[in-house]
Design a protein around this ligand. Structure first.
Ligand code: ZN
Length: 370
């Protein structure tokens, strides 16, 4: 494999790293495998090792809540954001009353739990881990109500379809199982036989189309159709080490993948082309999350640093790098500080004094004067 980072000119990568970062906060010293935006977009929830960390993005502060006894591995909100479920390597599930920041702790498995998905009504959670069983849990009682058997090696990811009729899980042998809500296996994809989903899906998220987006450990990602069992798109290459997560920015037509080489890959969701690789972290990026309005996304990894990135700037760097370079050269006329996109508007704001500039007229002006 070619060295993918070198394909992207260093000035462009630096430009993204400097211009697209909206927010950065040190929330601890350990590592985080879990990241989720509250449905309101106000809070970003993550983990510092075994502690839950709630970041208030409006007030720019955070609180740490001790909950698990070992690494907290995955998080899921219900539709309203009143219920939050966290799972961890201690085999426990914590059910949070999010507004009150209190939780009930249930022992679910004797082994590590890696991934959780929650129904929109917040009543049932599906989880997988080292036990290699699809576990469905009643949130109220903490009791197991579903046990789907068939995986042979430990499971890394679980996802629930948007209409909540299907559950997909993957194991470390690279097998993918499609289940109904009662834990009946409807289909099993064995990559050794079919070669359609090679290399171990490490994260599973469903798209608006009904397809599933897989982050794939050994390459980058795949869009999988759970009805036809076909892989409709592959995202291959881009990273030098294992892939840790994949998310879709559906409005921007982009897919993001993160890697343990510290990089984030930005892909065209239709063609599967790699548009940009940038490096938010020196070492690892373990988790990605997209804000509910899709205006930002978050990255987290080692060292307790959580960062929030501007989608518009990253999309521009991926598709129109010359325009980003133009913004980077532009300075505030009043105070001389740098400019960046203002949330949800085609306007640039001064990073210092709050001065506003119209982006469209700026590009026109530049063109006229060559
Ligand atoms: Zn200014």
């Amino acid at each position: 494999m070619a060295t993918p980072l070198s394909r992207f000119p260093l000035p462009l990568r630096r430009l993204v790293e400097a211009r697209a970062k909206r927010f950065e906060l040190q929330v601890g010293v350990s590592y985080t495998h879990a990241l989720a935006f509250h449905p309101s977009g106000r809070w970003l929830v993550t983990a510092d090792g075994s502690a839950l960390v709630v970041i208030d993005l409006v007030e720019n502060r955070f609180e740490r809540l001790q909950s698990h006894q070992e690494t907290l591995s995955s998080l899921a909100f219900d539709r309203t954001g009143e219920r939050l479920v966290s799972v961890g390597w201690d085999g426990a599930m914590c059910v949070w009353d999010f507004p009150a920041r209190t939780f009930l702790r249930f022992s679910i498995s004797g082994d590590r739990i890696h991934s959780v998905a929650l129904t929109a009504d917040g009543k049932t959670a599906y989880m997988v881990g080292h036990e290699a069983v699809l576990i469905g849990v009643d949130i109220q009682s903490g009791r197991r109500i579903v046990e789907g058997t068939g995986h042979r090696l430990y499971c890394s990811a679980v996802g629930l379809s948007r209409d909540e009729s299907l559950v997909i899980s993957s194991d470390s042998a690279g097998h993918v199982r499609i289940w109904n809500r009662d834990g009946k296996c409807l289909h099993m994809v064995d990559h050794a036989k079919t070669r359609i989903i090679p290399y171990w899906p490490i994260s599973i998220r469903f798209l608006e189309s009904g397809n599933a987006l897989f982050g794939c450990r050994m390459y980058a990602g795949a869009v999988f159709n759970p009805t036809t069992h076909e892989v409709e798109r592959r995202f291959e290459g881009g990273h030098l080490k294992s892939v840790s997560d994949a998310v879709a920015l559906e409005r921007a037509g982009l897919v993001l993948t993160s890697s343990e080489d510290g990089s984030v890959g930005v892909w065209d969701s239709t063609s599967g082309a790699l548009l940009l690789v940038f490096k938010p972290e020196e070492k690892w990026v373990y988790a990605l999350a997209v804000s509910p309005d899709q205006a930002t996304f978050a990255t987290a990894g080692f060292g307790g640093l959580v960062r929030v990135w501007d989608v518009k700037t990253v999309a521009m760097a991926a598709r129109e790098p010359d325009k980003l370079a133009l913004i980077a050269k532009s300075k505030c006329e009043a105070c001389g500080a740098g400019l960046m996109f203002v949330e949800d508007a085609d306007q640039l704001g001064c990073t210092k004094c709050g001065g506003m500039y119209d982006f469209a007229s700026m590009t026109k002006k530049r063109k006229k004067h060559g």
